[in-house]
Design a protein around this ligand. Structure first.
Ligand code: NAP
Length: 491
C-alpha cells in the first residue's frame, strides 16, 4: 500500500509553538536543564522539546499540590463546578488548536482528534455537574441511642499517570473528577505526548483553577519521578491508565503506604458476530472497534469471532471496507489511518502478523509494514487465526484485524473469556434475548451490544481481572477521589 507524508502545515506549527514546554508547578512554568524531545510519528521528526523532570521536580510538584489541598477542598462545590464548566467551554472553543497538537504528537487523524477534544471536554462538564451532587447520610443507629452522620471528603493530593493513546481524554477523565471532588493533583503524561496535557493545564489555570491545584511534570524517567511521588506520604491517591505490566509495578509501590488506587489497564477485547446479526451494523461496528485510534485503544477489538453462517460474507464486506481506508499523515484531508506511535509499535505488529501466519492464518489484506518515512502499518485482515496465535493473547495495538470462526454460543463465550483481561467485549446479534444473555455472561467490565464504541463520560468505564480496578466516568467516577467519613453522634 502506498501513502504520502507531507510536511507539517503552518496551522500545526503554530499550534505546537503555542504550548508552554516547562514543568507546571504551583502555577508557574519551570524550565529544566535537560529537555525531552517530542516527535511527530508521521515523519519521525522532532516537533519541539519539553522539560525533563528529575525526581526532585516530581516531589516539588507534589509539595505544591499538598500545599493547595486544604484551600481547594474548602472552595464551595458550586465554584469548583463553575471553573470546570469554564474549562469545558474553553476546550471546545479551542478544538482546532488542540486537535492539531494531538494529531502532531500522537498521529491520529484530525477528525478523530477533534472527536477526542469533544470527548475530553465532556469529562469536565460531566464532573462539573457531579461536583454539586455529593451526598451524605444521617440515620439512627439500629440499636438506638446514637446517630450516624456520613460525609464524603476528598481523598487528597492525587498522582495521575496517563498514556499516549488518548492524550487529552485520559488527562481530563482524571483531572475532572479529582477537581470536582476537591482533590489537587500532579499529572504525569506519557513522554511521547506531553503537549496536550501542558496545553490543558494552561487552559485550566485560565479558567480559574488556583495555583498548585493542577501540576504537570513531564519526564523521560517515569519510574523514578512517579516512584518518588508515590513514596512521599503526602500523596494519597494514584490514578493510572496504561499497560497492565506497569500497573502491577505501581500497585506494588502503592501497597507500601496502602495508597488508594484506580487502575485502567490493558484489554484484549473479543468481538462476536452471530449468524443472526445485521451484517451492515456488524461490519461498521467492527470497523469502529478495530480502527478507532489506528487500532491503538485499550478497547480495540483484538479478536473477531464470526459464527460460521455469516463468516464468509462478513469477511468479504469487512475486508472491502478496510481496503478502502486512506493512510497518511493525520493532518492531511481524508486520512483515516495515521501512523503508529513509534518504530517499536510497528515492529510489534509485524511480529504478531508473522507469528499468526506461521501458525496457519491467511493474510487477506496488508500484512507488511509500509516503507518510507514515519511509523506506518497498513490496514490488515487475517482469517483463520488460531486461538494460540500471539495476537489473540496480547494487545495488537495496531490496524490489524484477526478473524476466527466459531459454531456455538457456549463455545464462543468460553473462547472470549479465555484471557487474563476483561475490559470490554462486543456482541452483534438481532436476537435481544441472546444479546443480553451473552452480554451478561461475558467476564468483562463493559459490553458493546450492536455497537463498536462504548466510551462515554456519563458511563462507567473500566475492566475486571487484569484490566483494572475502579471505574472512570459515570456516577461512580467521582467516588474514586472521595473518602467516606462516618461520625458517630451520641444523643
Ligand atoms: P504504559 O507504557 O504502561 O505507560 C503509561 C504511563 O505510565 C506513561 O505515562 C508512562 O510514561 C508511565 N510509565 C511507564 N513505566 C512506568 C513506571 N515503571 N513507573 C511509572 N510510570 C510508568 O502504557 P502506554 O504504552 O503509554 O499506553 C498503552 C497502554 O495503556 C495499553 O496497554 C492500553 O490498553 C492502556 N490503556 C488503557 C486504558 C483504559 O482505560 N483501560 C485507556 C487507554 C490506554 P512514559 O510515557 O514515559 O513511558
Amino acid at each position: 500500500m502506498t501513502h504520502t507524508v507531507t510536511e507539517s502545515d503552518e496551522a500545526t506549527i503554530a499550534a505546537i509553538d503555542s504550548v508552554p514546554t516547562g514543568l507546571f508547578i504551583g502555577g508557574r512554568w519551570r524550565e529544566t536543564a535537560a529537555r525531552l524531545p517530542v516527535e511527530d510519528p508521521a515523519t519521525g521528526q522532532t516537533l519541539t522539546a519539553v522539560a525533563d523532570a528529575a525526581p526532585e521536580d516530581g516531589v516539588a510538584a507534589l509539595a505544591a499540590a499538598a500545599a493547595a489541598q486544604a484551600a481547594w477542598a474548602g472552595v464551595p462545590a458550586r465554584t469548583r463546578s463553575e471553573i470546570l464548566m469554564r474549562a469545558h467551554r474553553a476546550l471546545l472553543d479551542d478544538t482546532e488548536r488542540l486537535a492539531r497538537i494531538a494529531t502532531a504528537e500522537m498521529g491520529k487523524p484530525l477528525a478523530e482528534a477533534r472527536g477526542e477534544v469533544a470527548y475530553a471536554a465532556e469529562f469536565f462538564r460531566w464532573f462539573a455537574e457531579e461536583a454539586v451532587r455529593l451526598d451524605g447520610g444521617y440515620m439512627p443507629a439500629p440499636a438506638g441511642g446514637s446517630r450516624f452522620v456520613v460525609a464524603r471528603r476528598p481523598v487528597g493530593p492525587s498522582v495521575l499517570i496517563t498514556p499516549w493513546n488518548f492524550p487529552m481524554a485520559m488527562a481530563t477523565r482524571k483531572i475532572g473528577p479529582a477537581l470536582a471532588a476537591g482533590c489537587t493533583c500532579v499529572v504525569k503524561p506519557a513522554e511521547q505526548t506531553p503537549l496536550c496535557t501542558l496545553a490543558i493545564a494552561e487552559m485550566l489555570s485560565a479558567a480559574g483553577v488556583p495555583d498548585g491545584v493542577v501540576n504537570v511534570v513531564t519526564t523521560s524517567d517515569p519510574a523514578a519521578v512517579t516512584g518518588a511521588m508515590i513514596a512521599d506520604p503526602r500523596s494519597r491517591k494514584l490514578s493510572f491508565t496504561g499497560s497492565t505490566a506497569v500497573g502491577k509495578i505501581l500497585l506494588e509501590q502503592c501497597a507500601k503506604s496502602v495508597m488508594r488506587t484506580s487502575m485502567e489497564l490493558g484489554g484484549n477485547a473479543p468481538l462476536i458476530v452471530f449468524d443472526d446479526a445485521d451484517l451492515g451494523t456488524a461490519v461498521e461496528g467492527a470497523l469502529a472497534a478495530k480502527m478507532r485510534n489506528i487500532g491503538q485503544a485499550c478497547t480495540a477489538a483484538n479478536r473477531i469471532y464470526l459464527q460460521r453462517g455469516i463468516a464468509e460474507e462478513f469477511t468479504r464486506r469487512f475486508t472491502e471496507r478496510m481496503a478502502a481506508l486512506p493512510m497518511g499523515r493525520g493532518a492531511d484531508p481524508g486520512v483515516v489511518v495515521g501512523p503508529l506511535i513509534d518504530a517499536a509499535a510497528v515492529a510489534k505488529v509485524s511480529d504478531l502478523v508473522a507469528d499468526a501466519r506461521r501458525r496457519g492464518a491467511t493474510v487477506l489484506l496488508g500484512g507488511t509494514a509500509a516503507e518510507g518515512r514515519g511509523y506506518f502499518y497498513p490496514p490488515t485482515v487475517l482469517t483463520d487465526v488460531p486461538d494460540d496465535a500471539a495476537m489473540f493473547g496480547t494487545e495488537i495495538f495496531g490496524p490489524v484485524a484477526g478473524l476466527a470462526v466459531f459454531d456455538t454460543e457456549d463455545e464462543v463465550i468460553e473462547r472470549a473469556d479465555d484471557t487474563p483481561y476483561g475490559l470490554v467485549a462486543y456482541v452483534f446479534t438481532e436476537n435481544l434475548r441472546r444479546g443480553l444473555r451473552v452480554s451478561e455472561a461475558l467476564d468483562t467490565g463493559m459490553v458493546g451490544l450492536n455497537q463498536g464504541v462504548v466510551s462515554n463520560p456519563a458511563a462507567p468505564f473500566g475492566g475486571v481481572k487484569e484490566s483494572g480496578l475502579g471505574r472512570e466516568g459515570g456516577f461512580g467516577g467521582i467516588d474514586e477521589f472521595l473518602e467516606t467519613k462516618y461520625i458517630g453522634v451520641a444523643l
